[in-house]
Ligand binder design. Structure first.
Ligand code: NAP
Length: 298
């Protein structure tokens, strides 16, 4: 049996960045300079890294960006005041608050405080509700959108297919299920979502034509979970001990890539699959926010 082909997120993300760069140039000619603000709180090395990566890519495509680094002990009120100021500023099109936040801050209240027209992460309830309804004049969460876009660019049909999603978080599993359920191209799927209280998880996964693993449990999905010729998407990012690496750890996905690539038809590498697509969709959403600011209805 032939090995699976790669769903190369890095390659596709570069294609999307090129399109974003062109859209930025069109906006600049109309006098609009797309601008995003990243807020991060406290000292959380992975968050610092994610924000740096996002800012670097924003720069590459010509989007202006600013990072607001708030101290660990910032109050909820101070965060809300910062958001209010950014909401009012017409030169800022996108606002992203890097998660996770320290425990004393409410992610829910903060998501609600971002103007939905600047909510490029797509976590505001208005955007999530519109996504559920299949509306387009809103922002979809970047990881689910990136997964759908990756399948689309490789022309992997989802219509009528059994899609099984491992994980039901508000940022990946649930919105991805809503996307694949839409009555539209690269959706129209039959969707099953499993979580930590599901029974017969392996049997559910074995039915999948398209299996998406988003649990954050390193190498949880082994070969025996996967139907031959299935499409496998690995969202997970976990740190596992690795005494041979200078940091003492390495990053692992949710999927046993080495074994599963022998039986799947398509598989995402990890890293190099969903991660770069998430950033590409974030910047595409920023440009969309700038375009919507030109007066299109929201
Ligand atoms: N590459 C990217 O761009 C990107 C973006 C976002 C997230 N991620 C990664 O993707 C992973 C998931 O992220 P998340 O934010 O969705 O995580 P999360 O909020 O921790 O949710 C994990 C989900 O997996 C389920 N789960 C956990 N253990 C399970 C088990 N043993 N069996 C079945 N289900 C189980 C949980 O079930 P319950 O609901 O029952 O607890 C939950 O629904 C993480 O590794 C994260 O770092 C990557």
């Amino acid at each position: 049996m032939e090995e699976a082909q790669l769903l190369d997120g890095r390659l596709v993300a570069e294609e999307i960045h090129k399109e974003t760069r062109e859209a930025v140039q069109r906006l600049r000619r109309k006098g609009i300079l797309p601008c995003v603000v990243f807020i991060r709180v406290g000292n959380h090395p992975p968050s610092e890294l994610y924000v740096r990566m996002k800012q670097k890519k924003a720069q590459e495509v010509g989007i202006q960006s600013e990072v607001i680094a708030l101290p660990e002990d910032v109050t909820q009120q101070e965060v809300l005041e910062s958001l209010d100021r950014l909401n009012q500023d017409p030169s800022i099109h996108g606002i992203l608050v890097q998660l996770p936040l320290p425990k004393h801050l409410s992610e829910k209240k903060i998501a609600l405080a971002i103007d939905p027209r600047k909510d490029i992460d797509g976590f505001h309830p208005l955007n999530l509700g519109k996504m559920l309804l299949g509306e387009k004049d809103c922002f979809y969460p970047c990881t689910p959108l990136g997964i759908q876009e990756l399948l689309k660019r490789y022309q992997i049909e989802t219509e009528g297919k059994e899609v099984v999603i491992l994980g039901r978080s508000n940022i990946v599993g649930k919105p991805l299920a809503a996307l694949f359920l839409q009555k539209s191209k690269y959706a129209n799927a039959t969707v099953t979502v499993v979580h930590s209280l599901s029974q017969n998880i392996k049997e559910h996964c074995q039915k999948a034509d398209i299996l998406v693993a988003a649990l954050g449990k390193a190498h949880f999905v082994t070969k025996d979970f996967v139907k031959p010729k299935a499409v496998v998407v690995d969202v997970g990012v976990s740190r596992i001990a690795d005494p041979s690496s200078p940091q003492g750890f390495k990053i692992a996905g949710d999927v046993d890539f080495a074994e599963i690539k022998k039986i799947a038809s398509w598989i995402t590498p990890n890293p190099g699959g969903v991660g770069p697509m998430t950033i590409a969709m974030l910047l595409a959403n920023t440009v969309k926010a700038a375009e919507l600011s030109l007066g299109h209805p929201f």
